[in-house]
Design a protein around this ligand. Structure first.
Ligand SMILES: C[S@@+](CC[C@H](N)C(=O)[O-])C[C@H]1O[C@@H](n2cnc3c(N)ncnc32)[C@H](O)[C@@H]1O
Length: 398
């Protein structure tokens, strides 16, 4: 049947209506006229498959990635960069409005919308290396990834020679193009270090948590602060947008502030906040990340920080301090009820909530909204061409 695609859903796939039933049509964008076959019929929705593109939307552009529509990554590559920004802005505003939360976010675009990622994870199945298709475990073999840094792209074709049959490979790099390779596999590997060193700036290789060559960490420098990042520590995947994020955090801290940074990783937000604050305490659950944070404070000669290894929800109640501001940057799952309850007993003047999932961000804000209002919000295009988005909400005590 012939349909006109009306709009995007929150995951960047086209939606149309068939007999008033919402119908998701992957690989389409609003304005496309397509012939579809219904491949899934549920009570409340259908899924359609494109049989034929009859007329393409005027908003389409030529996508650059050879694996577009196959790999599950960058679903927004067939519209212009500015259109992807509008999609993300509308998606976040609509989600907030749905819960009667009004925001007028400031948009932060990605200064490097391609070749921005400093980390990728590739799966290896039966000797084939690539990413998974959307919502599946079917592998799409790849030789390049145009959102990954150019340094990472030099590594991808070399991986075939490692003799990995099954497992996964993480490639991390810094802005100096130095490379750390992290492998999980039970296969007998065959890695020619000398060949690798000729082609890339290899810093280290870690296999099943053991360092088999060089170091097990990278050093990154953003906004003149140096960070040691262990192979298993989190770091923001887009250093260009991270630089802007760090400045936003710093700009919200005053010199008398005593600050708590929950989910602090290697101390990025803590150290930036500490440049303006009286004192900052960071809490993180990954041991190497806490060791990195302590080391990072030292090498940057930032002396007003402390870092604690603990689960955020347990740590908050134990620290006997009156915090003026709390920075929160949790994983996608957001905060536990216990963490929110403890924050409400501390009652800081400001909560600076950094989030990579607007759904859990909103869920948590709803639990804080009797005491806090959204003073300012930002949408950062940290993950260009994917449907993901980074948000910051500055919450002020009423
Ligand atoms: C989104 S990252 C943010 C890290 C840091 N703020 C940054 O900008 O690099 C979330 C961090 O929370 C840590 N984490 C996850 N669960 C945690 C928990 N229950 N308690 C404390 N830290 C946790 C992760 O290890 C990760 O470092």
């Amino acid at each position: 049947m012939q349909v006109l695609v009306d709009k995007f859903d929150d995951f960047g796939q086209g939606i149309t209506f068939v007999d008033d039933v919402i119908t998701f049509v992957p690989n389409t964008i609003p304005g496309d006229i397509v012939d579809i076959k219904i491949v899934k019929k549920k009570k409340k929705y259908n899924v359609g498959k494109v049989i034929n593109y009859i007329k393409l939307s005027k908003d389409r552009i030529d996508y650059k990635c050879p694996y577009f529509n196959k790999c599950g990554g960058c679903v927004l590559q067939s519209i212009s960069y500015d259109a992807t920004i509008n999609f993300k802005l509308n998606k976040v505003i609509n989600l907030f409005n749905k819960y009667n939360l009004d925001i007028k976010p400031e948009i932060v675009k990605n200064p490097s919308d391609y070749n921005y990622r400093n980390k990728i994870k590739l799966m290896v199945i039966d000797g084939k290396i690539g990413y998974f298709e959307t919502n599946s475990h079917t592998l799409v073999e790849i030789n390049e990834c145009i959102i990954a840094s150019k340094a990472i792209n030099k590594v991808i074709p070399l991986l075939k020679n490692f003799n990995i049959i099954n497992g996964n490979i993480v490639i991390r790099c810094n802005l100096n193009d130095e490379i750390l390779i992290i492998i999980e596999s039970n296969d007998k590997l065959n890695i020619d270090i000398d060949v690798l060193k000729e082609k890339i700036k290899l810093v280290g290789i870690v296999v099943n948590n053991k360092t088999i060559y060089g170091d097990n960490f990278l050093i990154e420098c953003i906004n003149d602060i140096y960070y040691k990042i262990s192979y298993d520590s989190f770091f923001q995947i887009n250093p260009y947008v991270a630089s802007i994020l760090f400045n936003i955090i710093k700009g919200n801290i005053d010199k008398t502030d005593i600050v708590l940074d929950l989910f602090c990783g290697v101390g990025t937000l803590s150290l930036n906040a500490a440049l303006n604050a009286n004192e900052v305490i960071g809490v993180e659950i990954v041991p190497n990340a806490v060791l990195n944070a302590i080391y990072n404070a030292k090498i940057n000669k930032i002396n007003n920080t402390k870092f604690i290894l603990n689960d955020a929800q347990d740590a908050v109640g134990k620290i006997n301090k009156k915090f003026d501001k709390i920075i929160i940057d949790p994983p996608r799952s957001g905060l536990t009820k216990k963490t929110i309850d403890t924050i409400l007993t501390i009652m800081p003047k400001k909560i600076i909530y950094v989030s990579c999932d607007p759904n859990t961000l909103i869920r948590d804000i709803l639990l804080l909204k009797d005491k806090y209002f959204i003073e300012k919000s930002y949408i950062l295009d940290m993950f260009s061409y994917s449907y993901h988005v980074e948000c910051i909400c500055i919450l002020n005590l009423f």
